[in-house]
Design a protein around this ligand. Structure first.
Ligand SMILES: O=C(O)CCC(=O)C(=O)O
Length: 280
């Protein structure tokens, strides 16, 4: 059951960079998606992202995340263009966004998480940014590696990345977070949708449970005023499924690093991001 008004959600989204729409998807819809995506894992795991998987024993080898399924799977396309998501995002963003990506994370027991990052580092939307709709297909909390976010970090520019701890993360880059900013868990029930700004620092820690999966289905969108997005995210779709023609943003945009000013960490734009290795 959804409990908050769109106005409250928009307020939270603007203040914190994210908001959770509780119970947006019903239990029977989540159950049908779980059946569908577990079958997809059996049939299509060879198409999954195993770029960072080096050990046979890595649980992600059997359950790699899949990307851009909506380009060949109707259930994923329907999720990406879901009317509830369209209405909620249009309310919180102020205009209707365009859809550019789907991802399914299985995150089986003991799997690594994904180091803290900003999606805009990958999508490179111009002007503006991107936004995600992250649907929990399992109840998630710290034990099974729920999403972690840094409230307020959506106000930051894209930060320059540093090496991540690949014992904890299946991706190898992260962004530094000063001690003054908090990393907080987003505990969710299956069927809840987390909407977050593309500049928001987020990621997840390993699944420490021995039995629980932490499956999530994710749609990525670009704001309605966007004119360009990185090459891997074409074609962008309107919510009626038609293609909107956007330009391609370039490799190597500016990025910021933390410096201290009067004892306070501030971001200075002194770096340049490199070409990115894989869509996120
Ligand atoms: O689900 C996760 O652990 C990370 C997901 C993520 O980074 C994203 O949706 O952009």
């Amino acid at each position: 059951m959804m409990t908050q008004s769109f106005a409250q959600q928009q307020q939270e989204f603007v203040r914190d960079g994210y908001t959770v729409a509780r119970g947006m998807f019903a239990a029977h819809e989540v159950a049908a998606m779980l059946d569908h995506y577990m079958q997809m894992n059996i049939e299509h795991s060879h198409k999954g992202d195993v770029s960072a998987i080096t050990e046979e024993s890595d649980p992600l080898k059997r359950y790699p995340r899949l990307l851009q399924m909506h380009r060949w799977d109707e259930v994923s396309l329907q999720f990406l263009l879901d009317e509830r998501i369209r209405v909620c995002m249009t309310e919180i963003l102020g205009s209707e966004p365009y859809a550019v990506q789907t991802m399914i994370y299985y995150k089986p027991p003991t799997a690594r998480g994904q180091a803290l990052h900003q999606d805009q580092y990958y999508l490179r939307v111009e002007p503006g940014t991107c936004c995600a709709a992250w649907l929990a297909l399992d109840d998630c909390d710290e034990e099974n590696g729920c999403l972690q976010v840094v409230p307020g970090s959506q106000a930051l520019p894209v930060l320059c990345t540093v090496a991540a701890d690949t014992a904890q993360s299946f991706t190898d880059v992260t962004v530094p977070v000063p001690a003054e900013m908090n990393v907080v868990p987003v505990r969710m029930r299956a069927g809840d949708v987390l909407f977050f700004n593309g500049q928001l620092i987020h990621g997840s820690y390993p699944n420490t449970s021995s039995q629980r999966f932490r499956r999530s289905l994710i749609g990525h969108y670009v704001v309605g005023e966007a004119e360009k997005v990185y090459k891997w995210y074409h074609p962008a779709l309107r919510f009626d499924g038609s293609v909107v023609t956007l330009g391609e943003s370039q490799d190597g945009s500016e990025c910021g690093v933390w410096v201290e000013q009067d004892g306070t960490p501030v971001v200075e734009m002194i770096g340049k991001t490199k070409a990115v290795g894989i869509a996120q």
